[in-house]
Design a protein around this ligand. Structure first.
Ligand SMILES: [Fe+2]
Length: 214
């Protein structure tokens, strides 16, 4: 009798625990469903999107073909492309373009372009994999004019509208006086890279881009 009462109590306790776990799981699912990631802010394309792309337009901008290494601090840039629900977006083309270590673009609008580092690739492309991941190897861009260091980005998904924006570096003193950055307000946070030193001449930084889901 005691055994049986105990058994019944245990069964009720187990049933209650199962119900509680189930309710919690549903709660978590609801919370996840409701929680959306902020979309990556758009920024102007600027006057230096390449008019002519080199034959070598892969995701390693630190050299052109089998040429010598570009000058400057190497930067490994890796990231993910997801929608607001954190679902990976595969098969999107990520394009980046930027200056060499001295702040010169490969572009006719840049008066100094003839003196650019010809070992630097200036523009590269990467495609997102099934996990939405992509990576580049580039250099820390140089500065020009009054602008902070930045890397231009264009995201071209397999379907739906794309996005053009720019990446910056946390701690850059020029961020507070740059008109393009100031228009972002607090949204700048999503575009700030925080490089960590990986070896004496290589830094690494990560970014997540968020596009509207289809
Ligand atoms: Fe620029």
């Amino acid at each position: 009798m005691i055994k049986s009462a105990f058994g019944a109590t245990l069964a009720i306790a187990l049933a209650l625990a199962t119900l509680a776990a189930s309710a919690q799981a549903q709660g978590n699912a609801a919370a996840q469903g409701a929680q959306t990631l902020p979309l990556t802010p758009r920024q102007v394309e600027g006057p230096y999107y390449p008019t002519q792309k080199l034959t070598d337009r892969d995701n390693d901008l630190t050299r052109v073909g089998a040429g010598a290494a570009a000058q400057g601090q190497a930067l490994s840039l890796s990231g993910r492309l997801v929608d607001e629900r954190n679902t990976p977006i595969p098969s999107a083309r990520i394009e980046i373009w930027q200056t060499d270590h001295r702040g010169i673009y490969m572009h006719p609008n840049d008066a100094g372009t003839a003196g650019r580092d010809r070992n630097f690739q200036f523009y590269g492309e990467a495609n997102t994999d099934e996990a939405g991941r992509f990576s580049f190897r580039t250099i820390l861009p140089g500065i020009y004019g009054t602008r902070p260091r930045h890397i231009h980005v264009k995201i071209v998904p397999a379907k739906g509208p794309g996005l053009t924006t720019q990446l910056y570096f946390r701690g850059d003193e020029r961020l507070s006086t740059d008109g393009i950055v100031r228009r972002l307000g607090a949204d700048i946070a999503a575009l700030l890279l925080v490089p960590v030193q990986r070896s004496p001449n290589e830094q690494a930084a990560e970014v997540t881009f968020v596009l509207p889901g289809n």
